[in-house]
Design a protein around this ligand. Structure first.
Ligand code: R1P
Ligand code: URA
Length: 327
């Protein structure tokens, strides 16, 4: 960390760069694709106009921001790593440097909970709920009776939160219109498919809270997959970020509504709309896992589709403030 930061509540440098993502106004577009993986971020940016970003920065904390245009419309790709806490850094710090409405789409990998969605299926969820490890369940002071009576459960399952319906529909339409052709050495020779209107679960671990069994740890999760299916019938995918993205967007939008209800100036001049595209990398029904070549095929297809969908959604001029310096 080289630059001098001030304000312990929300640290920023003299030019407004944030502490972890380390971008400032003019470097992040109103339309953002967020991914876990920097290789995927560069693959998507290869589809920008001119084949390259106009602005590129990898922060000391490993948040990579690539900003360019697609069909002339500014879009940023931000690679954030994995898990709930990095979504919090990303959403809050990008919100702080982007004026006006934001549309944020997460383009990530996931595990499949539905036998009919195998590797080669891409899912567009309409809603997402959270699954968190309940640390007190595992605490040494918790009694066997508290555990067996159900007073404390090992995993907490939240209510679902919706994605934006226009963003959902635009993503699905863009994916459907540009599917790669079948190839005998990919996806067992089957065609890829995009499926909408599904429900996602975001877990706070790839392992325990996604029901993976690891004898090296006490995880109390041998029936977790069944419990998730019972409580949220139809759940299609498991990954690690979408729920927190939807939650933070709702929290930001509620803050604007509250300010307006109290005749106060809103904290920001535009709301946050969210969507997600999830590529199945792990089939939890069969134990199959994606190959590197299949991964690249899905990432190129979905990356271009999400860029096209985002560029095609209009943000009215009065809700777009200050988009476009990129330096
Ligand atoms: C775990 O392997 C990671 O993959 C998924 C999960 O949400 C988690 O971040 O998404 P990404 O491929 O975008 O990282
Ligand atoms: N990402 C996840 O979080 N889970 C999976 O099973 C695959 C990718």
């Amino acid at each position: 960390m080289k630059d001098v930061l001030s304000n312990a509540n929300f640290p920023q440098d003299a030019q407004g760069r944030t502490y972890h993502v380390a971008t400032k106004a003019g470097q992040v577009a109103n339309r953002i694709i967020t991914v876990g993986d920097q290789v995927r971020a560069h693959r998507i940016a290869a589809s920008f106009d001119g084949g390259a970003p106009l602005f590129s920065f990898n922060s000391q904390r490993n948040f990579l921001t690539l900003t360019g245009t697609y069909n002339g419309v500014p879009v940023s790709v931000v690679a954030i790593g994995m898990g709930f806490s990095v979504v919090d850094f990303f959403v809050r710090e990008c919100r702080a440097v982007v004026e006006g409405e934001m549309i944020i789409v997460r383009l990530g990998s996931c595990g499949s909970m539905q036998p009919e969605y195998g590797i080669g299926t891409v899912v567009v969820p309409k809603a997402s709920f959270g699954i968190s490890r309940n640390y007190d369940y595992f605490h040494h002071s918790t009694t066997a009776e508290e555990r067996s009576s159900g007073a404390l459960e090992p995993y907490l399952i939240t209510k679902p939160l919706d994605a934006d319906s226009e963003v959902h529909d635009a993503l699905l339409a863009a994916l459907d219109s540009s599917k790669p052709s079948p190839s005998s050495n990919l996806f067992d020779g089957s065609s890829v498919q995009a499926v909408g209107d599904t429900v996602n679960a975001s877990a706070d671990s790839f392992y325990g809270s996604q029901g993976r069994i690891d004898p090296a740890f006490i995880d109390a999760n041998s029936n977790l997959i069944d419990v998730i299916r019972q409580r949220r019938p139809g759940v299609a995918t498991l990954e690690m970020e979408t729920f927190v993205l939807n939650h933070l967007a709702a929290a930001a939008n509620d803050a604007i509504d509250l300010a307006e209800a109290n005749a106060q100036p809103p904290p920001h001049k535009g709301k946050i709309r969210t969507g997600a595209v999830q590529m199945i990398f792990a089939n939890r029904n069969t134990s199959a896992f994606i190959t590197p070549q299949e991964c690249e095929t899905l990432e190129r297809w979905t990356g271009k589709s999400v860029l096209a969908a985002l560029a095609g959604i209009t943000i009215p001029e009065e809700r777009l403030h200050g988009d476009g310096v990129w330096n």
